[in-house]
Design a protein around this ligand. Structure first.
Ligand code: ATP
Ligand code: ZN
Ligand code: MG
Ligand code: MG
Length: 465
């Protein structure tokens, strides 16, 4: 990429989240990730170019020095900070505006700093030759928190039985964020049981919300509709997927066309999620498993009587095991973290200069990572302990909010790297993205939100008759 010769016509709108907008290059396997701001931010509260640069550098450092060592080299692409010509960014912002979904337009793209993040386009396979006419399929899953909190600081018993995602669904429905409840439960996806994972993925397909997107050749072909009332079209998806699963086309012909295709598609995603990360490794690395399987969430639609004992849980180096392990750094729960946050706050009030030494706002380097790794197990009443636990909590929060990208494409029989899945010959690659640091200042909000979600759940599900 030649930064002085940037042309907005080489880029197109790719997607966006709550914090950033992404454009992809028309020819190369690259994307640019640009930050967004609330549109009401005045010029006066807006970040300076210098602050924006620092902010993006923090994002890259956090990914490189914190998340990558924890999640594994092979899954994380940290990207690099780029300084873009302001004229290019302004033209780009105008160009993409009409493509943006309405529900995201409460924020505007940063066109002031010229800072952005350059990343590989993970919806494409860089080595996928054009010998095959079928472009890569990419499945993006935002799995959310895969375990039930176990901290002794928890005050509401229901938090030990119903997972956060399932409780949050009720709250979001009440607040108009979504029109229908999702039947997806993260505990099923993280269970390692093929049956439960199958159900979890099927429920994601039926109600993707912002937890599932599917791309074909880098183009979004399946996601939640902008109009929240409308359901995504599974038949449409089946038509896209048919060429990838040709031998299943003859199966179950007649009453349930497409069911066999979706079935195979879900199997492929399951196998990839349980594998060692890419098709260069042999199939499912079954040898070592991460602790026991996830218990069933009481709100999951998975039938309890189908739950088998002795399930082995997740293969140790699978992408799900890696993410879960980092999520579980949150072992005190927000209810245990909030008092420690207040301890840190009190200390900083007295010694404001200590903020830098304690690396509250970064830099996110090896020394930050040491604090995360070497935090004492027992609370000795020190500010160091409190800071260590707060850092760990924030790292866990990032892992609860990341996305998994599984990109696969057909490959020829004689090709070297093949997926060990029996039927369709597929080559694939898995990555984890959206690994931004979660702000320290967000902890009081998290504490309030937790109370609201739990109280609302209790009121709405256990209301007296
Ligand atoms: P969130 O609201 O989930 O926190 P965010 O604002 O932090 O999202 P991202 O999730 O990083 O932003 O990016 C938004 C979307 O852009 C992603 O969901 C994904 O579809 C797409 N995207 C981001 N990075 C890449 C990449 N490297 N390759 C391909 N697509 C990407
Ligand atoms: Zn659940
Ligand atoms: Mg995201
Ligand atoms: Mg994010």
């Amino acid at each position: 990429m030649e930064l002085d010769k940037m042309d907005e016509n080489d880029w197109k709108y790719h997607g966006e989240g709550n914090k950033s907008l992404v454009v992809s290059h028309l020819q190369h396997c690259q994307v640019l990730r640009l930050l967004k701001f609330p549109s009401e931010d005045s010029a006066h509260t807006r970040q300076t170019a210098e602050q924006a640069f620092r902010h993006i550098l923090n994002i890259v450092d956090y990914s490189k020095y914190v998340m990558k060592p924890l999640l594994g080299e092979k899954y994380v692409h940290s990207g690099e900070v780029v300084k873009l010509p302001l004229d290019f960014v302004r033209q780009l912002s105008l160009k993409v505006q009409q493509e943006r979904p309405e529900l995201r337009c409460d924020k505007v793209m940063d066109t002031f700093s010229g800072c952005g993040l350059c990343l590989p386009n993970l919806t494409q396979l860089p080595l996928h030759h054009l010998r095959d006419h079928r472009p890569p399929i990419c499945v993006e899953i935002k799995p959310k928190c895969g375990f039930l909190p176990f901290s002794r600081h928890i005050t509401k018993e229901c938090k030990r039985k119903v997972c956060r995602f399932c409780m949050h669904q009720h709250y979001k429905l009440a607040n108009g964020k979504w029109k229908r409840l999702s039947r997806y439960c993260p505990l099923d996806l993280f269970s390692g049981s093929k049956q439960r994972m199958y159900v979890a993925l099927k429920n994601l397909l039926e109600e993707p919300q912002n937890n599932l997107k599917i791309f074909k050749g880098g183009e979004l072909i399946f996601s939640c509709k902008d109009d929240a009332k409308q359901q995504p079209d599974l038949n449409d998806l089946v038509q896209h997927l048919r060429p990838y699963f040709p031998h299943s086309n003859g199966l179950y012909n007649g009453h349930q066309p497409g069911k066999a295709v979706l079935n195979e598609f879900i199997q492929v995603i399951c196998s990839a999620l349980l594998s060692g990360g890419d098709s260069n490794r042999s199939g499912e690395s079954r040898k070592v498993h991460l602790s026991e399987s996830r218990p069933l969430c009481e709100a999951s639609p998975f039938p309890r009587d189908l739950l088998r004992n002795g399930n082995q849980g997740l293969p140790k180096d699978s992408v799900l095991a890696k993410i879960l392990q980092v999520q579980m750094l949150d072992n005190l729960d927000i209810e245990g973290i909030y008092p420690l946050y207040k301890r840190v706050e009190q200390y900083l009030e007295e010694f404001p200069k200590e903020r830098n030494r304690l690396q509250i706002d970064g830099p996110y380097n090896e020394s930050f990572m040491d604090t995360v790794k070497n935090c004492p197990v027992e609370d000795d009443g020190s500010v160091e302990y409190a800071v260590g636990k707060v850092h760990q909590y924030r790292v866990a929060m990032t892992a609860k909010d990341c996305s998994i990208m599984i990109t696969f494409a057909p490959c020829e029989e004689d090709e070297e790297h093949q997926l060990n899945l029996e039927k369709p010959r597929l080559t694939y690659s898995i990555s984890i993205l959206d690994l931004d640091p979660k702000p320290y200042e967000g902890i009081p909000h998290q504490h309030k939100l937790d109370t609201k979600i739990v109280n609302y759940y209790l009121r709405s599900t256990q209301a007296p008759p």
